[in-house]
Write a new protein. Structure first.
Length: 442
């Protein structure tokens, strides 16, 4: 196979030290970049989370390398997941799971300056939906795994690659479905997923820091409903459901920052000192509440001159590990203190606790990063968003998240935005780091 260059030296498949061969990196980087751009161009938008085409692209790539990928349809044909396994030396050890998702969030093409699915290279970046979240990391994982196969490097334990279909809608047909229906084919010791990242300004100003996520904040979604009196809008009334709702939201968002010290956040402070001032670092230090939707009105479109009797909103609450969701909600209700306002839980927060860092895999990740960036600080991290790794932590699996690239805070903020992009050179550097992780003794 010429996909990763003819200069790759094939070794005996068992017992050869990982340092015995190096890939033909220029050829590897060219092929990986081409594959990445083809991957981004597939519009695997969720909803509907149709991942048939993306799964076929990855399936073909693995098959060309002599691996045997399997496709799993979850619920319907469009919800396709992919699994491939590379056997390790110790077949009795639980595997390392490389976890990624093929789906991406929707786009508003009118708001994009670059084609959202063009994967165009401009100014040193690849632009498009999914470049950051998380098709770049998936290709880095795939490339590293195929290189092990081609170079004849047998990992210390099996490595399983899992691409899922609907992480952006809580993984019901993706990671959740695979865990419920095919756990015996996964059952990992470790998971490597998205979450952490390297940056020179995200965590601390002027310091090269790689955060390896060891835990997610708890996702606690709430619907707030206010009931009032309907009437003619020409005659204002004190029992207007919209006014009731707005006052309730204002009181709910006055919820104070957590008084409990999070041990991971403290470790971060001990590692890097003063935190940078930005929305990411602010979010990982406290519980947060974001107003995400507002809905009220009578008629379609709603009549301007009618006061509705019902008004609703949704709140995206994110709680630090160790926080009690029931206590959090009770405090909000006490602050609102209005019988006309009700709260409905839209999600069930889980708190399996953070993964420990005293493992061979964490040390392998750290060593691979420091090989490329010897001046970097590598530290555990709590991330403000949710990942599918949390589903595995609930099963007792040690899970880490790391995209092995240096991304500045402004670029990272384009995730889910109308200008999502990723630096070309950092994508290439990430290929090297991921390969070094997988050929280590984890």
């Amino acid at each position: 196979m010429r996909a990763f260059g003819t200069a790759i030296l094939l070794l005996a498949s068992f017992g050869i030290p990982a340092c015995a061969a190096e890939p033909d990196w220029p050829a590897v980087e060219r092929h990986a970049m081409d594959l990445f751009r083809r991957y981004v161009r597939i519009q695997s938008v969720n909803p509907p989370a149709d991942t048939r085409e993306t799964a076929k692209l990855l399936q073909a790539e693995f098959a060309k390398a002599g691996l045997e990928p399997k496709l799993y349809e979850a619920g319907s044909a469009i919800h396709t997941n992919l699994v491939v396994r590379l056997p390790g030396r110790d077949r009795t050890a639980k595997p390392l799971l490389l976890l990624n998702h093929m789906d991406v969030v929707p786009v508003d093409p009118k708001q994009w300056k670059e084609a959202p699915f063009g994967a165009e290279e401009k100014d040193g970046f690849i632009w498009g939906r999914g470049t950051l979240d998380m098709k770049s990391l998936a290709i880095q994982q795939l490339t590293a795994l195929i290189l092990l196969k081609q170079l004849g490097i047998t990992p210390p334990r099996d490595i399983v690659f899992l691409s899922t279909c609907d992480e952006e809608s809580d993984g019901v047909y993706g990671a959740g479905w695979m865990i419920a229906n095919h756990w015996d084919e996964l059952n990992p010791e470790y998971v490597l997923d998205e979450g952490g990242i390297g940056s020179k300004d995200l965590y601390a100003d002027g310091k090269t820091v790689f955060g390896v996520s060891v835990g997610d904040k708890q996702v606690f979604w709430l619907k707030v409903r206010a009931t009032g009196t309907s009437g003619h809008a020409s005659q204002p009334i004190p029992n207007n459901a919209n006014d009731i709702l707005l006052r309730a939201i204002e009181k709910a968002r006055e919820f104070p920052a957590s008084s409990k010290t999070n041990p991971i956040v403290q470790t971060m402070k001990d590692s890097i000192g003063t935190f940078a001032q930005n929305k990411f670092m602010n979010a990982i230090q406290q519980n947060t509440i974001s107003l995400t939707t507002l809905r009220s009105g009578v008629g379609d479109p709603p009549k301007v001159n009618v006061i509705p009797s019902i008004a609703e909103a949704t709140l995206d609450c994110r709680l630090l590990p160790g926080q009690n969701a029931e206590e959090f909600l009770s405090e909000i209700k006490a602050r609102v203190n209005d019988s006309r306002v009700t709260f409905e839980r839209l999600s069930s927060p889980s708190d399996p606790g953070p993964s420990r860092t005293d493992t061979p895999l964490y040390q392998a990740v750290r060593a691979a990063i420091l090989k490329e960036h010897p001046d970097a600080t590598v530290m555990p991290l709590i991330i403000p968003y949710g990942t599918d790794t949390q589903k595995f932590r609930k099963r007792g699996v040690v899970g880490y998240g790391i995209a092995p690239m240096i991304i500045d805070a402004a670029t990272l903020a384009t995730m889910h935005s109308d200008s999502e992009h990723i630096p070309v050179e950092e994508f290439r550097a990430g290929l090297h780091i991921y390969f070094d992780v997988l050929r280590s003794q984890f």
